[in-house]
Structures are given as C-alpha cells and as structure tokens.
Design a protein around this ligand. Structure first.
Ligand SMILES: [Zn+2]
Ligand SMILES: [Zn+2]
Ligand SMILES: [Zn+2]
Length: 183
C-alpha cells in the first residue's frame, strides 16, 4: 500500500501541476484579461455616451447615459423594448419611453422597420440630426434568431416615381439568416 502510494503521488502531483498550468492558469489569465477588457469597454462607452448626448445637445442624465450605453453595446443590432428593459437595472416605463422618443427626435437612434410588427430602435451611425435622419440602409430580420440588424452598406435603391408622386420615406426590410445563425 505504502509503496503504491509513493509511486502514485508524484504522478498525481505532476498531473495536478499540468492541469493547473494548462487550465486553471489559463482560465485565471483569461478572467483577468476579460475583467480589464470589460472595465475599459465600460469606461469607453460611458465617455462615448456622454459625447453623443453632448453633440446632440440634450441633457446628460445618468438614465440617458445608461440607455445609450445599451445601444452602443448592441452596435448594429436593433433593440425592442424588452431588450432595453432587461438590460436596465432600474427603470420606469414612462421615462424609458420618453428617453427613446427624445433620442429618436435628436437623431441618436432610428426606428428599424423590419417588416415585423415589433417596434425596434437602433443606433444612428451617420450624421443624423434633430428631425433629420439619414439612415438610408436596409434592416435585416433574421428568421432564425429573430434579431434585426442595420446593414449600413446596403442602401436604398433610387426610385423613379410616376409624375406627381413625391417620396418622403423608404423602408428597406430584408429577411433571411444572419451571419451568427449561418455559422
Ligand atoms: Zn438616424
Ligand atoms: Zn440570426
Ligand atoms: Zn438601422
């Protein structure tokens, strides 16, 4: 018994060491890296949100900063009400509704009309201003995950309308499978 445990012990500790080096250490390093990355991203997003609110000359309330950060994090993905609500820790529906309206009016977010009946908003990437949006890109609804994405490089085609027709709005709604679901 004593003999076998003497033999087993070094092997076991070698295994433990190897395990520690390979997995535990890597996991620890990854965690430190991830925490730093999240911290940096968080600070950057805060700064970015404050800058955007300033650029559009609207008051920089902590709530507006938080809501804008959710859109910054979503990047080209459009968000519905429940996406925004679940990302907020503390909110009041009316304040959130007003905030979204203010953002839309100021040219910070735009409605992502995707052919579904759901109301979704996405961050404006172009130079949208108050009452003047320039988001002439397509919105892509993924039939697999249900997410809607702004396709910045897919822009509205030029239309030649019959005489006496004037165009005020175009919504280009595409649907199919997104890159994430394709993989
Ligand atoms: Zn816009
Ligand atoms: Zn998808
Ligand atoms: Zn869009």
């Amino acid at each position: 018994m004593a003999q076998s445990s003497e033999v087993l012990l070094p092997q076991k500790s070698r295994f433990v060491n190897k395990f520690f080096n390979d997995y535990v250490l890597n996991a620890m390093l990854l965690q430190i890296y991830d925490l730093n990355r999240i911290k940096v991203t968080f600070v950057q997003m805060n700064t970015q949100a404050i800058e955007i609110l300033g650029k559009h000359q609207i008051r920089k309330t902590p709530f507006r900063i938080n809501v804008l950060k959710i859109f910054l994090e979503a990047e080209s993905k459009a968000l519905n009400n429940s996406d925004i609500e679940s990302a907020l820790e503390d909110y009041d529906r009316i304040t959130l509704y007003r905030t979204l309206k203010t953002f839309e009016k100021s040219g910070i977010i735009h409605q992502a009309i995707d052919g579904s009946n759901e109301s979704k908003f996405a961050l404006c990437h172009q130079d949208c201003t108050e009452h003047e949006h320039h988001d002439n890109h397509a919105h892509f609804l993924c039939i697999s995950c249900g997410e809607t994405y702004c396709l910045e490089n897919v822009i509205h085609p030029k239309f030649s309308l019959p005489a006496n027709y004037s165009l005020s709005k175009v919504h280009l709604a595409l649907s199919g499978t997104c890159a994430g679901c394709q993989a």
